[in-house]
Design a protein around this ligand. Structure first.
Ligand code: NDP
Ligand code: MG
Length: 386
């Protein structure tokens, strides 16, 4: 029986993880859950999965939830960053699924690794901002990260089957998002509804916007750098609209090995939770003839721009990832608040990359402080000029 902690249990990944667990109650026990403030859903999850602990980032929400579960003496309700620290450091857990959005996941990933808890990682932003610290902690703790992101789960599985010296590069597939093939002029004023309408995946808002701008794939390149120790010339990206090939590796003899499966996040989630075992009851059995044609395309302008930033971060300036991530987080937030246009997201990111020069980043705390400084600057900049 594995004891599971889920950070972000009310989100897209978190709820799908709970559906995997529900089907496999004999294998998993939900030890702790966490969210930002969605207490209505958390309350339902508490009743169903009976976790020992629940942490809410919002102190007000935690207070309200405490009152609601007063007669449910078993569960301990924790609040704020201290609460998250508590549940991400609890050594009674076997696996912690980090499925919160944004850099908020970074301290939890570090806590879990320090305490030798296996990390199932959906939160790519923690690697974009603090990858070098995460990888160093992983080494010191002799720890384990199992990727949940579908592309990285695919590559993780493919690499486990190949000789390291035989692998030339990895190829991340990208569906192309809702604006595949469109020009910048055609999409720069796209509204929120159009941006969130992803053709293949049903995901949280932040990662859906990131898919539309292609920043998601740029982040995934950086994620691949840290997870698999690769330089940028060994990480290719190809558009594959059907999202059936979850990623590939190319071998030195020129051949490719692909990971193929239905477009269903429960597959990589289940793999990360059950690793090294595999579960046979999570996704529907499909016949290859049910799948669509498989096609690949090059990434074209303007969608190659974020990928170029990722290459710079990977090869020349890892800490520029803090700027890339912070600028994107705040730009997406402003777009979702209708304060900037869709086209402004890219402009804000590119402006920030030019404006900020990271230096003297020595600890995770430095990363978090720099992240805050960038976000405060951009919010002010936008409120004055947009
Ligand atoms: P959602 O927006 O659907 O869910 C986010 C979750 O995080 C919610 O449970 C939310 O709580 C919680 N949360 C947000 N901020 C905080 C905080 N400060 N402290 C504690 N909890 C917080 O996101 P997704 O599930 O789509 O994505 C989660 C992560 O997984 C992202 O990093 C994303 O890039 C990655 N990912 C997602 C995929 C997908 O298919 N969705 C695919 C691959 C990767 P509340 O509900 O209370 O606000
Ligand atoms: Mg992905």
């Amino acid at each position: 029986m594995k004891r599971i902690v889920i950070l972000g249990s009310t989100g897209s990944i978190g709820t799908q993880a709970l559906s995997v667990i529900e089907k496999n109650r004999d294998k998993f026990e939900v030890y702790a859950l966490s969210a930002h403030s969605n207490i209505d859903l958390l309350l339902k999850q508490i009743k169903k999965f009976k976790p020992k602990k629940v942490a809410l980032y919002s102190e007000i929400a935690a207070d309200r939830l405490s009152k609601m579960v007063k007669h449910n003496g078993e569960v301990k309700i924790l609040a704020g960053s201290k609460g998250l620290e508590d549940i991400s450091s609890d050594r009674k857990a076997d696996v912690i699924l980090v499925a919160v959005t944004g850099i908020n996941g970074l301290p939890s990933v570090m806590n879990a690794l320090k305490n030798k808890i296996c990390v199932a990682l959906a939160n790519k932003e923690s690697l974009v901002s603090g990858g070098r610290f995460v990888v160093e902690q992983l080494r010191v703790s002799n720890g384990m990260i199992i990727p949940v992101d579908s592309e990285h789960s695919a590559i993780f599985q493919l690499l486990s089957k190949a000789e390291k010296s035989a692998v030339r590069r990895v190829v991340l597939t990208a569906s192309g998002g809702p604006f595949r093939g469109k020009s910048l002029a055609q999409i720069k004023n796209a509204n929120i509804k159009e941006v969130l309408k992803h053709p293949r995946w049903n995901m949280g808002k932040k990662v859906s916007v990131d898919s539309a701008t292609m920043v998601n794939k740029a982040f995934e390149m950086i994620e691949a750098k840290w997870l698999f120790d690769l330089s940028s010339d060994r990480i290719n990206v190809v558009i594959h609209p059907q999202a059936i090939v979850h990623s590939l590796i190319q071998l030195v003899d020129g051949s490719y090995i692909a990971h193929i499966g239905p477009t269903d996040m429960r597959a990589p989630i289940a793999y990360a939770l059950s690793y090294p075992e595999r579960l046979d009851n999570v996704i529907r059995d499909t016949h290859l003839s049910e799948l669509e044609d498989i096609t690949f395309e090059k990434v074209r302008y303007p969608f190659n721009r974020p990928l170029n930033i990722a290459r710079h971060v990977i090869d020349y300036d890892n800490d520029m990832g803090i700027v890339f991530n912070a600028a994107d987080e705040v730009a997406v937030e402003l777009f979702l608040q209708n304060k900037i246009s869709f086209g402004d997201i890219g402009k804000i990111i590119e402006y920030s990359i030019k404006h900020f020069k990271p230096s003297g980043i020595k600890t995770i705390n430095d990363v978090l402080l720099f992240d805050m400084e960038i976000k405060t600057f951009i919010r002010k900049y936008v409120s004055e000029r947009f």
